[in-house]
Design a protein around this ligand. Structure first.
Ligand SMILES: *Cc1c(COP(=O)(O)O)cnc(C)c1O
Length: 436
């Protein structure tokens, strides 16, 4: 058998081969580096906080598979758990003890979650959550916020029209107006806009879905009182609140954002960290709501690989290793990095924002705090692209877009953080004479 690493192809050669047989050469668009330009690195291995590309270059990684790898790449305990599971059988399509343990772990960790259904991706989790909310309430309309990402199912791949609050428009060819019309799109952190849309569609509203920290537009926490406003408006309208914790779940603490901010969610969706880097996601909530799912209830949902034993073994092992000590350390690392980067760019006279919640954060080249998608769009994304490439040349792998959150793992060391800040310093000094 030929191992891909033995072929000694460059990243560019792999990319050329990939583009011939895979749309755009990638299996998820952000991997094509369109946000920053250039040839994406093809990765062949990861260990701890570092990844290695096809050319043998090593990078300190802040993507971490977009969040799942909270304990780092190839954590020995997860490798052992997955290996042991796969030796016993990769999939049964029947109930397994591991799924029970996983559900018990989620219910014990997350306030308000009494019942949990496992699926294979975050997209599936949110898609099921909105179907469940519609089935439970008997209503159709859904509110989502501009810049919040909930996966790529039709009803959620919807963008705003010209107004601040409006009926949704398909955000992609192939999403029909019919699929989009029941989704109302509202500006994040805009209480007035939310109030007026809820007032207008009160009788038809099934659910409000949101990211408790908007991390698919960088890192944009809710303004004071916004969580509470969502909850009270939904309750008044007889609608459910779906807190999409695919990114924040088990990242902002064992109880996720729900515990951290004291939220009262009807349905919580999970993904990323819960699977430890394997295809595993899920949704949980109140027993009466969750009982609406088949086979107890009328709302249909199913999956050949749902609760896959290998993914569950790895995910459960990761969740068991997460304790307060891990979260405290992750948060300290993230803060050290945000403070360091902020100081470096301020010193260089380059305006920067480094918003952070727990160990999730990002960097906007912007002179004002980011509260909405319009603010995020206003950051200097061309400068971010140059920063990304300069850092990559220093062996540091940042998210390839100024709209993405950065992640640290427990495998990141203080020296790694300091090395990153040093690299940024070098880069920012070059910047004064060049183009950053
Ligand atoms: C990543 C993400 C999703 C989609 O999850 P996939 O596993 O990529 O389908 C949904 N919601 C949020 C908040 C996410 O960050």
């Amino acid at each position: 058998m030929t191992s891909p690493t033995k072929q000694n192809l460059s990243n560019a050669q792999w990319y050329a081969r990939a583009k011939a047989v895979i749309p755009g050469g990638v299996n998820s668009p952000v991997r094509a580096w369109n946000g920053v330009g250039g040839t994406p690195a093809f990765l062949v291995s990861g260990r701890g906080a570092t990844v290695t590309d096809a050319e043998g270059n090593e990078y300190l990684d802040y993507v971490m598979s977009w969040g799942p790898l909270i304990l780092g790449h190839s954590h020995p305990a997860l490798v052992a758990a997955a290996t042991e599971a796969v030796m016993k059988g990769s999939s049964f399509g029947a109930p397994t003890p591991g799924e029970v343990e996983l559900a018990e772990m989620v219910c014990a960790s997350v306030p308000g979650v009494a019942c949990f259904r496992a699926v294979s991706s975050g997209t599936e989790a949110t898609m099921t959550a909105i179907r469940l909310a519609r089935g439970y309430t008997g209503k159709s309309k859904l509110i989502k916020f501009i810049g919040h990402y909930h996966g790529h199912s039709d009803a959620l791949l919807v963008s705003a029209g010209s107004g601040i609050a409006t009926l949704g428009l398909p955000d992609s060819p192939g999403v029909t107006p019919g699929a989009a019309q029941d989704t109302l799109v509202v500006e994040w952190n805009n209480p007035q806009a939310l109030k007026s849309v809820v007032a207008q569609y009160k009788n038809e509203l099934a659910a409000i879905i949101y990211e408790p920290v908007a991390c698919n537009m960088g890192c944009v926490p809710a303004i004071d009182g916004f969580h509470e406003l969502i909850r009270s408006l939904a309750t008044d309208a007889g609608a459910l609140v779906i807190v999409d914790e695919v990114m924040t779940g088990f990242r902002l603490g064992k109880g996720g954002a729900v515990a951290r901010f004291g939220l009262d969610a009807d349905i919580v969706t999970f993904g990323k960290v819960i699977g430890g880097g394997y295809p595993l996601a899920g949704l949980g909530g109140r027993t009466d709501v969750m009982a609406y799912l088949a086979p107890t209830g009328p709302v249909y949902q199913a999956g050949t690989l749902s609760g896959n034993p290998v993914a569950v073994a790895a995910g459960l092992t990761q969740l068991k290793l997460l304790d307060d000590e891990v979260y405290t350390r992750l948060e300290a690392l993230a803060q050290r990095l945000c403070d360091g980067l902020s100081a470096v760019f301020t010193e260089a006279g380059i305006p920067v924002q480094t918003p952070r919640v727990g160990s999730m954060f990002c960097l906007y080249f912007s002179d004002k705090p980011v509260q909405t998608m319009a603010d995020a769009n206003g950051a200097d994304h061309a400068r971010f692209g140059r920063f990304f490439h300069a850092m990559h040349d220093h062996g540091i792998n940042l998210p390839p877009s100024g709209y993405e959150a950065w992640f640290v793992s427990s495998a990141h060391m203080e020296e790694d953080i300091d090395r990153t800040i040093e690299a940024a310093k070098v880069v920012s000094t070059v910047a004064l004479t060049a183009t950053l």
